[in-house]
Design a protein around this ligand. Structure first.
Ligand SMILES: [Zn+2]
Length: 402
């Protein structure tokens, strides 16, 4: 058994130890995922634009409070809640409004428009073609990106082009953990002097993005599929042996798991044990305590939603791989041994395993809401099914090498 597990790890290494050349691709892939993830969130944005005189006194303000939601086709819609202006020296243009929602918020839009290079761990971004001042609505970001250890963008600094007869400031946008699978923008700041032909104007931007809320929808948005309760309850039930049925995590990844507030210390220990029980293969699980993150263990009235289930795993899929999820547990499952067993079972689903009747497996059904199914760790049968996945991977890479 131990030898097979080592093999799993060995197979995973060539796939995930990326060379430096691949790093830019990783950044773009993660950024693509971030944008897709953002499509599942509504958020609020407060914009404050100001002009200042030489003594740093504010001479004019433009205020715009909005809510961003998405329509059925995944298009972002701005709902302006309040807007007013006392600004006299500057006219806020369509491009200013466009930049606020696009380049100043996220930096890159279509990666194909840019020449990217890595320098000192930062990504330099230059437009591939010179932005054309006759086409002011075709906006280009020009600047650099800061990354975290995982290659995710944490800060964007640059300017938006072309300028034409307008002037645009250098800005900084910072991203942070807001409880989503990726860091999202939390603020944009600029304090720059705009040079016009006959005068200089000091211009300040303060934007906050906040109140990110994942909205539940039955609409399938391209590439990430939030499974509705109905779909995720529609599980596959095998007999004798669980099957690889669901989309799983990338091999070699470490999945960070949180539990929302409300679980007792004993219950949290049970969650940590359950995750640790799976740390024998090519995907690792790390319990990060209370909070929200890549995977969040939550309470819900699951039994009320569907009489047959009291826990389920909701998956978030991007590019054919699982990127985030939630484990929902019915409020009535309170005994630590029940919770331990439930979390082991739901993590089994996240690794691709189907439910299994009459199996010596963690994927067995549960006798009742507050009882264990008898397993608190994957069995040899579970691991043997998972091992097939890495064999499939290996055959693929052999074909590629030939
Ligand atoms: Zn199940």
């Amino acid at each position: 058994m131990i030898r097979s597990i080592l093999c799993l790890l060995l197979f995973a290494v060539p796939v995930f130890s990326q060379s430096v050349q691949n790093t830019l691709q990783d950044v773009l892939r993660l950024e693509h995922n971030t944008r897709e993830a953002l499509n599942h969130y509504s958020f609020k944005r407060d914009v404050l634009l100001e002009t200042l005189d030489r003594d740093s006194q504010v001479t004019g303000q433009y205020v715009r409070y909005s809510e961003f939601v998405f329509d059925d086709s995944g298009r972002r819609i701005e709902r302006v809640i309040d807007k007013h202006s006392t600004m006299k020296e500057l006219k806020i243009t369509d491009q200013d409004i466009q930049d606020l929602a696009d380049a100043q918020m996220l930096g890159l839009d279509d990666a194909g428009k840019y020449e990217l290079s890595m320098a000192d761990g930062l990504v330099e971004v230059r437009p591939r073609q010179t932005p054309d001042p006759r086409k002011m609505s075709e906006r280009y970001f020009n600047g650099r990106l800061w990354l975290d250890e995982a290659g995710r963008i944490t800060r964007v600094r640059g300017v938006v082009e072309p300028a034409g007869r307008q002037r645009f400031p250098w800005f900084d946008t910072y991203r942070a953990n807001v409880g989503a699978a990726y860091p999202f923008p939390v603020k944009t700041e600029a304090d720059d002097v705009l040079h016009f032909p006959h005068k200089d104007i000091r211009y300040r931007i303060n934007v906050k993005y906040y109140d990110y809320r994942r909205f539940r929808t039955d609409v399938t948005i391209k590439e990430i599929e939030p499974l509705s309760e109905k779909v995720s309850f529609n599980t596959k039930l095998s007999t004798g042996r669980p099957e690889m049925f669901f989309t799983s995590w990338p091999l070699g990844s470490t999945v960070q798991v949180y539990s929302e507030p409300g679980f007792t210390p004993e219950q949290r220990k049970a969650i940590a044990r359950a995750l640790n029980a799976w740390n024998v293969g090519a995907v690792r699980f790390e319990y990060r305590g209370e909070g929200q993150g890549q995977v969040t263990v939550r309470r819900q009235n699951v039994l009320a939603l569907d009489k047959k289930h009291f826990a389920y795993f909701q998956s978030y899929i991007s590019d054919g791989q699982l990127t985030a999820g939630e484990i929902f547990i019915d409020h009535r499952a309170v005994r630590p041994e029940a919770i331990e067993s439930i979390v082991v079972h739901e993590i089994g689903h996240s690794l691709g395993l189907s439910d299994c009747k009459d199996c010596k497996s963690v994927m067995r059904p549960f006798p009742s809401v507050n009882k264990s199914n008898g397993f608190v760790a994957p069995t040899e049968l579970d691991l043997s099914v998972l091992r097939q996945r890495s064999e499939i991977r290996d055959q693929k890479s052999e074909i590629r090498n030939r």
